[in-house]
Design a protein around this ligand. Structure first.
Ligand code: PRT
Ligand code: ZN
Length: 300
């Protein structure tokens, strides 16, 4: 009798900023899924991959405890949990596999407009409101600063106007929330982004093939986003100049053109966006018939 196939579990955020982006990433990896009636599990239909939809704060624990093989959440959440585990004597709660290209934000101090405190170096025991008490305490300690950290689980930005803190340390992306609360952004404590993590527990042999496949596909999707395939005709003599103009290009493929000696066809994958200015510079260098094409899939 054949063994039932081992299924991989990946933890993603149930409802929040990362949810749609994670589901889109899994779809781009080729996963087709159906959702359970309680909406807490997505069952992979064409791969032995299921996902658990949970609060982002629970993702590091599920990965650390090997309930899930993989997880995606913000570096801010991972770092806070890592410090919590470290204090409990667990040195490596998860393996960091890859930073992803979404969920960008920064954890930064912010000071009330017109207040006396304007930079963290001048802090003398003032109270800092934050949802990331361990990261902030660690920052203060590493920089030899004295502050009292008070944990807020939400609405951190209103703590100063409530008289609960002199400053805050919170996630910022556009800065609109700080501005609306008359707070001025200061020093960044952590640059954050969504990350793919793996359990520290050894993946059993029957799962490794699909874990590796999924991780490789996620890496492939990440590489493709923002990458372009560029084709052009160019004078042979301008090849070095043209290669220097293309950002993040790997060694180009150079092909002869029928019945033309001094010109060649150049094909190249560029790992960064191509702007009109670059195309104009390529043209000025002698390139013609320049085509920029999107790439659908890439396997390194
Ligand atoms: O319910 P659950 O616990 O799962 O969700 P959550 O409310 O804890 O998290 P959620 O959905 O708000 O964010 C998930 C992750 O997205 C975070 O852990 C970060 O890694 C990432 N992220 C990216 C952000 C932001 N940008 C962000 N701007 N998380 C929160 N914010 C908040 C910030 O706290 C502040 O209130 O947005 C506000 C500031 O935004 P701006 O644009 O006004 O600066
Ligand atoms: Zn959360």
């Amino acid at each position: 009798m054949s063994q039932p196939q081992a299924r991989i579990k990946i933890a993603i955020q149930k409802s929040g900023r990362l949810t749609e982006l994670c589901l889109e990433l899994l779809q781009q990896c080729g996963l087709k899924y159906s959702r359970g009636r309680d909406q807490l599990i997505g069952f992979g239909e064409n791969m032995p991959v299921d996902f658990l939809l949970v609060r982002d704060d629970d993702i590091p624990g599920l990965v650390r405890d090997d309930v899930c093989d993989l997880g995606i959440c913000g570096l801010n959440v991972l770092e806070e949990k890592r410090l919590e585990y470290q204090a409990a004597g667990v040195p490596e709660p998860f393996k960091m596999l890859q930073q992803l290209d979404f969920g960008h934000c920064r954890l930064a101090f912010a000071y009330p407009e017109g207040g006396d405190l304007k930079k963290i170096a001048a802090i003398k025991g003032e109270t800092i409101a934050t949802s990331y008490p361990l990261i902030v305490a660690d920052y203060l300690q590493r920089n030899g600063l004295q502050g009292s950290v008070v944990e807020f689980s939400g609405a951190v930005e209103i703590a100063p106007s409530l008289g609960r803190a002199e400053l805050i340390c919170d996630l910022v992306s556009s800065g609109a929330t700080l501005a609306a609360n008359r707070l001025i952004e200061g020093e960044t404590v952590l640059e954050s982004v969504a990350c793919l993590v793996q359990t520290p527990v050894k993946i059993p042999a029957e799962k490794t093939e699909w874990v590796n496949r999924l991780v490789e596909r996620i890496a492939g999707v990440q590489q493709v986003r923002g990458s372009k395939y560029i084709m052009m005709h160019a004078p042979r003599s301008a090849l070095t100049q043209i290669a220097a103009l293309l950002p993040g290009a790997e060694s180009p493929t150079v092909l002869p053109l029928d019945a033309v000696d001094d010109k060649v066809a150049v094909h190249v994958v560029c790992r960064e966006s191509i702007f009109w200015e670059t195309l104009e510079q390529l043209k000025a260098a002698g390139a013609s018939s320049i085509l920029v094409l999107p790439i659908e899939k890439m396997l390194a």
